[in-house]
Ligand binder design. Structure first.
Ligand SMILES: [Zn+2]
Length: 766
């Protein structure tokens, strides 16, 4: 304890010593500015330009954009979805962008029949509808609202006993196994939360369930958290979370994996589509769920499985029989991507891309219009600067995506259509989606970590008046429970960037096309949640979320600064050292995972031999001990470790070349040399790809960055190895190591080339 306290104190002292240095650093930056990637002569004008940009962002504009775009429901295929796209197009054009709408034809199911009813022991028919709220003027646009459903549920009509499966994750089924409860032939009911909703029907189907109901427990986002809407901002008891359950083999249009869903694209027949769920699934409210859950008998759910409904949570099955019916209209619908270009000057062939979706499940004030509205305000201000005479060096492309909600349709189809051009021209992709009050978070590829922190240091948090950077840094220290990790945060010079999994429009850029990606948001301090319901609208957002749009302004300032800094830099401002360190950590996590699995399995086998499980279980209750398992064998990680050692050296070489340039006073570099180094830098990120893709998900080409097949939103670094380990396929996992190592070797070679060319560029030949 004393040791820990001493460690904690020294870390604290170090942190305190650190603070003044940091603020002095900032002071100096203000006096003698020097932006990373900028020659000494181009830095001051850029800093002035960025300041002008940030000062020009107007919260009232963001508010007005939101009012306009969320005024009516605007899901894929709805009249207002198209209307919004055309309005956004007109805005971009008025601001001086070269803009057009690109249309794709995608499979988008809408509900035809939906039934959830309890047939025995009592009868109850679920309402499957959200009620309008008197004070909320858009909540009664009933004829335009999509009914509550999960898009890409398979059609089905099933009658079966019900079983409660907690969140419906893989681990939950292991618990059910211990209780001797099978879901074979049953309909499962799972609560929302703990991972992506599409995993729930997937895992249920794998365990033999014939149907899946997902409900919003008040513990997650309802009255357990705070007052229900409209008294407070929390989900009312008949609020329902819509959402896609499309499987994650590949995102985008289910009929055209890997290619753009253009008019004449070759399409799969629906029966061959693997991403539609095998069993029917419907989302319901807590009000509809309560009688179903109350009908269950069987064992009482353990404490972690209980929600906040006023019932005893039981697992089932019981005498209760439930009827679930779901059918959809399987129509092809258009999606309208708005693509707006501000052409660059010297480096026009290098594209800095920015995007946010515009489609919603219903009115979608928060998701996605909060992000879309601030992104448009960025674009307005860039247009303003352009009218005043500024032209970016690189080409800036703003994208308002359609069809994100059903399955990243608009962005994925656009990337698939233009992948060759994108791989030639794209520098980075910066995404946003919902934005709320609170702390700044960024995800992405770590080569952009320093850039993000540098921008966050230049923006003020609207409420605490600290810099966005400092508030986020201090928040992370406070939130971290592990003293060692806390110490690491204190030592870091930059905010850690979280690896992106899935769940918004960055996916195709990063995972399919090898383009460095970022995703940014503020959040965590909202007084409510109406995710994917009719109540996520302008009235709710302006009463309970970012009511004065000051965090919309902060995101526009942060994201816009990143875009400007990328667009005008002489050298694309990447730094590979944080990336090499992160990849080293991903590798050591794999080794730790193996060690933990070995230890756990050995312990479990020992306890089985000793009879621990039998002795501990209540003889009156059913308990099935886990099976004996083979202890995982050792794996040879050496090829990967050697490759990562080389990667660190390469990253160092590049950092040294940058430092050398800085030590020389960052003199201007001839355009030809800049072109060479920037082309090298753009190539490095493509080298993370491997054309055969992940072994079981070939659409995902990136060998370091990928979402997990069973986590959805969550990231699975080095997925080729990691996923086989999760499936206990140790030989297959080990078999993937050499080729991932090869990819990392390729990346190292690419960075070496960039470092060599930079070295040449800054050391004039004698
Ligand atoms: Zn969204």
């Amino acid at each position: 304890m004393t040791v820990l306290r001493a460690l904690f104190c020294s870390a604290l002292i170090a942190a305190l010593l650190f603070l003044p240095v940091n603020s002095i650093g900032q002071q100096m930056a203000a006096d003698s500015p020097q932006l990373a990637g900028y020659a000494a002569q181009s830095s001051p004008s850029e800093i002035a330009l960025e300041k002008k940009f940030r000062d020009g962002i107007v919260p009232a504009d963001i508010r007005e954009n939101m009012r306009r775009l969320s005024a009516r429901p605007h899901h894929v295929g709805s009249p207002y979805d198209k209307d919004n796209a055309e309005w956004i197009l007109a805005q971009f054009k008025a601001w001086g962008f070269d803009a057009h709408i690109e249309t794709f034809q995608v499979l988008f199911p809408t509900p035809k029949e939906r039934v959830v009813e309890l047939l025995r022991p009592t009868q109850f028919k679920a309402k499957l509808a959200e009620s309008p709220v008197a004070v909320d003027p858009t909540s009664n646009q009933t004829s335009e609202q999509l009914p509550t459903y999960n898009a890409y549920s398979g059609d089905g009509d099933v009658t079966a006993p019900l079983v409660y499966v907690n969140y419906g994750n893989r681990e939950d089924y292991e618990q059910l196994d211990r209780l001797g409860i099978s879901v074979k032939g049953a309909i499962v009911i799972a609560r929302y939360g703990e991972g992506w909703r599409g995993i729930k029907p997937k895992v249920a189907g794998e365990h033999g369930a014939v149907g899946c109901i997902i409900y919003s427990d008040p513990q997650g986002d309802g009255y357990f958290q705070g007052a229900e809407y409209p008294a407070g901002g929390w989900r009312p008891r008949d609020g329902v979370q819509r959402g896609s359950v499309m499987d994650t083999d590949y995102p985008g249009d289910p009929l055209t994996p890997g290619i753009g869903a253009t008019e004449n694209a070759k399409r799969l027949p629906i029966k061959d589509v693997k991403t539609i769920t095998k069993i029917p699934v419907l989302p319901i409210s807590s009000a509809d769920a309560q009688p179903l859950l109350a009908s269950l008998s069987g064992p009482v759910a353990a404490e972690p499985w209980r929600g906040a409904l006023p019932i005893t949570y039981r697992i089932g099955p019981g005498s209760g029989i439930v009827h679930l019916k779901v059918t959809s209209n399987w129509d092809i619908k258009p999606v309208y991507d708005v693509i707006a270009t501000l052409h660059g000057s010297d480096d026009a062939a290098q594209w800095v891309i920015r995007g946010n979706h515009h489609d919603a499940w219903v009115n979608g004030a928060d998701d996605p219009i909060s992000g879309q509205s601030e992104m448009l305000e960025e674009a307005r201000m860039l247009g303003e600067l352009h009218k005043q005479g500024w032209t970016p060096k690189r080409t800036i492309i703003y994208c308002a995506w359609d069809g994100e909600e059903p399955g990243l349709l608009g962005s994925t189809e656009w990337v698939e259509t233009h992948v060759e051009d994108l791989q030639k021209h794209a520098v980075t992709y910066l995404n946003s989606d919902s934005n709320e009050r609170g702390i700044f978070f960024a995800g992405g590829t770590e080569d952009l970590e320093k850039l993000v922190s540098s921008a966050a240091r230049d923006v003020q948090d609207p409420e605490t008046k600290m810099t966005v950077y400092e508030r986020s840094r201090l928040y992370r220290i406070g939130a971290e429970k592990d003293p060692e990790k806390r110490g690491e945060i204190r030592k870091r010079n930059d905010l850690e960037i979280f690896m992106l999994g899935d769940g918004s429009d960055f996916t195709a850029f990063q995972d399919f096309a090898g383009i460095p990606a970022l995703d940014m948001e503020f959040g965590g301090e909202d007084e409510g949640d109406q995710y994917h319901s009719i109540y996520d609208d302008f009235y709710w957002y302006t009463h309970f979320v970012d009511t004065d749009f000051s965090y919309g302004r902060a995101l526009a300032q942060t994201a816009g600064t990143v875009i400007l800094r990328l667009a005008d830099a002489d050298l694309i401002p990447v730094d590979y050292s944080p990336q090499a360190d992160a990849i080293a950590k991903y590798e050591s996590d794999l080794e730790k995972l193996l060690k933990d699995k070995q230890d756990e399995t050995a312990e479990q086998n020992l306890e089985l031999q000793e009879g621990v499980f039998k002795a501990s279980a209540d003889p009156h209750k059913t308990f099935v001990p886990p099976p004996q398992e083979a202890v995982p064998p050792f794996m040879n990680f050496s090829p990967l470790k050697n490759a990562i050692e080389r990667l660190k050296k390469s990253a160092d070489l590049y950092s040294q070349a940058l430092a050398k340039w800085k030590a020389q006073g960052s003199p201007a570099i001839p355009q030809q040399s800049l072109d060479l180094v920037n082309a090298d830098v753009m190539r490095v990120s493509r080298l993370f790809l491997n054309q055969q893709g992940l072994p079981e998900r070939p659409w995902f080409k990136n060998q370091v960055y990928a979402p997990g097949a069973y986590t959805g939103y969550g990231a699975k670094p080095i997925a080729a190895v990691r996923e086989y380990m999760d499936e206990k396929k140790w030989k297959e996992a080990e078999g993937q190591i050499p080729q991932v190592a090869q990819v990392i070797e390729n990346v190292s070679a690419g960075i070496d080339q960039a470092a060599a060319d930079l070295d040449k560029a800054i050391a004039p030949r004698n």
